[in-house]
Design a protein. Structure first.
Length: 303
């Protein structure tokens, strides 16, 4: 890092299947970015023309995923060329700091959008250190149990237990947020230099072992105390699954009401498929089946 490192920025990892979502996200950033913080989107180099055409170049800086991968001197990029995109995107998001000189950053997903003004102070403590998302997620686990989604709850708990054990920590299970993640360069450096490098592995192998970059980050922060711990709850309402969204809508939850308590909302693309693009568009029969599963009330159209 150089002296020109900026204190904070906003970042999103995207690709051609999410270009329509990224456009909605950018529109919300353009509207609500009160401090005018720098906004980056990384994409595969092959998707650059598509994103320039759809998003333009004003208010966002596009960078290539491949540049981020190459920024790690311990990584041989060709070794990971055929990796599952769901794992690769976690690594790329976590390695963003290597390419862009930013002390800390908020990492949003393409399926996010802001609902009201946001400021650097929403993400960074007055001391200059970023907040840490820290949550036991009892609310959504209980909702899953209430709705008979026990398998999902047990899978989540297993992931939390395994990560905690990997770091030798005893105590409560913690999840370290959902988007927008708030990440510090110092924590990622400690994970690489103090934990992964001595084992002779990189974040690629780590994420393949435990597929949650946020858990690797959070447990590392607790182990090495890389930055002071200033915990906060998630800043966005995340609809992880359609059954969660259905339950909240039945209670009268709307985007307008969410804006009173959250900075934004995330209709995750694993179930909200209306904004799929390119090769991500599901066959008509699949879309019809997914529509049929939903309740009578449908989410407000966002494009």
């Amino acid at each position: 890092m150089t002296d020109q490192s900026m204190p904070f920025c906003l970042y999103c990892k995207s690709y051609e299947g999410d270009v329509r979502r990224a456009a909605v996200l950018k529109e919300s950033v353009d509207r609500f970015n009160h401090n005018g913080m720098k906004f980056y989107i990384s994409i595969p180099a092959a998707d650059r023309a598509l994103f320039v055409n759809r998003l333009g170049t004003s208010g966002v800086e596009l960078i290539d995923d491949e540049e981020i991968v190459r920024a790690n001197p311990r990584v041989e990029p060709q070794r990971y060329a055929g990796w599952d995109g769901r794992l690769a995107q976690q690594v790329i998001k976590s390695e963003f700091w290597r390419l862009i000189p930013c002390d800390s950053y908020a990492c949003v997903d393409s399926d996010c959008r802001f609902l009201r003004d946001f400021r650097t102070s929403d993400f960074v403590h007055p001391s200059g250190h970023p907040y840490t998302l820290l949550d036991q997620e009892k609310e959504i686990q209980q909702l899953g149990i209430n709705l008979g989604r026990d398998k999902w709850v047990y899978a989540l708990r297993d992931l939390l237990h395994r990560t905690k054990k990997r770091f030798g920590r005893i105590g409560p299970d913690y999840n370290f947020g959902s988007v927008p993640y708030i990440w510090s360069r110092k924590v990622w450096q400690d994970l690489d230099e103090k934990f992964l490098a001595p084992e002779g592995i990189t974040l690629w192998e780590a994420v393949a072992e435990i597929p949650s970059e946020a858990l690797w980050y959070g447990e590392c922060l607790l182990k090495y105390e890389s930055i002071p711990l200033y915990p906060i709850q998630p800043l966005f309402r995340i609809y992880h699954y359609d059954w969660q969204w259905q339950a909240m809508r039945a209670l009268g939850e709307t985007d307008e009401k969410l804006a009173k308590n959250f900075l934004g909302v995330d209709y995750q693309s694993n179930w909200y498929f209306e904004l799929d693009a390119g090769t991500k568009v599901r066959p008509l029969t699949s879309r019809l089946l997914r529509w049929a599963k939903r309740w009578r009330v449908t989410p407000k159209k966002i494009s």
